[in-house]
Design a protein around this ligand. Structure first.
Ligand code: NDP
Length: 251
């Protein structure tokens, strides 16, 4: 039997670390060829693509800042030449908010957070969508967050960006369903990555784990497993959803 994603080409933004690296490896293990992007962690990205190739698929890492349209376009040209047009897009690249109360948020901070999450999604989707439409198949998965639904004090900007991602997934799903393309957002809770480490001390993480019904923080692989399933052909009737991967934790 073929692996479930053989024949697919996946594009994972922010695949050098954390959740994105786990997604890239999971999709490769399921048989997809994997293009992963990074902003500055070239060595880490290279190691992840080597890990992907160990599953017998093709994989490369590409430097591309999702905030820049020309970066994204140049990266897509290279991916297309080397691996083919992506049939699976996972916009995972993200940055943490910096826990400022809203009145202290600067224009620079606004651009950093909104451009990475929301403009990044806009750039990537516009570049891959026309080919998905003409092939009448595609999977678009946008990384959201529990904060996009619950909101968080000191996280207004990050929550607003993820709320926009949720609305984008729900709306775009309606536009693309007739073309056989599904669009979903996956909203992790608290996942053990650099991003969480930047925000919480070890004692705070332990305290948080105690408040999560599953009794632990999430691992990047918990999120990757859901994304792997959404990429499958059999997931074609699931679209326009915000799917939570959070151990039952709603702050
Ligand atoms: P990490 O901080 O561990 O990794 C972030 C990744 O995004 C890196 O690969 C980084 O590249 C890349 N990246 C950041 N900015 C850009 C950019 N402008 N252009 C291209 N790539 C960029 O984050 P996580 O793995 O924790 O988070 C992944 C996603 O999941 C994010 O969207 C985040 O908001 C979301 N999320 C995470 C949660 C958590 O608890 N960890 C909870 C809820 C949602 P480089 O290595 O080169 O810097």
């Amino acid at each position: 039997m073929h692996p479930p994603l053989s024949g697919e080409v996946a594009l994972v933004s922010g695949g050098s670390r954390g959740i994105g690296a786990a997604i890239a490896l999971h999709l490769a293990a399921a048989g997809a060829d994997v293009a992963l992007t990074y902003r500055s962690s070239a060595e880490k990205a290279k190691r992840v693509s080597e890990g992907c190739r160990a599953y017998g698929v093709r994989s490369s890492a590409y430097r591309s800042d999702v905030r820049s349209r020309s970066d994204v376009r140049g990266m897509l040209d290279e991916v297309t030449r080397e691996l083919g047009r992506p049939s699976l897009l996972i916009h995972n690249a993200g940055v943490a908010g910096n826990s400022l109360f809203f009145q202290d948020v600067t224009g620079e901070e606004y651009d950093r957070v909104m451009d990475t999450h929301v403009r990044g999604a806009y750039h990537l989707i516009q570049e891959v969508l026309p080919d998905m439409v003409s092939r009448r198949f595609g999977r678009i998965i946008l990384l959201s967050s529990i904060w996009g639904e619950s909101g968080g004090a000191g996280e207004v900007l990050y929550s607003a960006a993820k709320g926009a991602i949720n609305a984008m997934a729900r709306s775009l799903a309606k536009e693309t369903a007739p073309s056989g393309i599904t669009v979903n957002a996956v909203a992790p809770g608290a996942i053990r990555t650099d991003m969480l480490n930047e925000q919480l001390s070890d004692a705070e993480k332990e305290e948080l784990a105690g408040r999560i019904p599953s009794g632990r923080l999430g691992e990047p692989e918990d999120v990757a497993a859901m994304i792997g399933w959404l990429c499958r052909r059999e997931a074609g009737y699931v679209t326009g959803q915000v799917i939570h991967v959070n151990g039952g934790w709603y702050p």
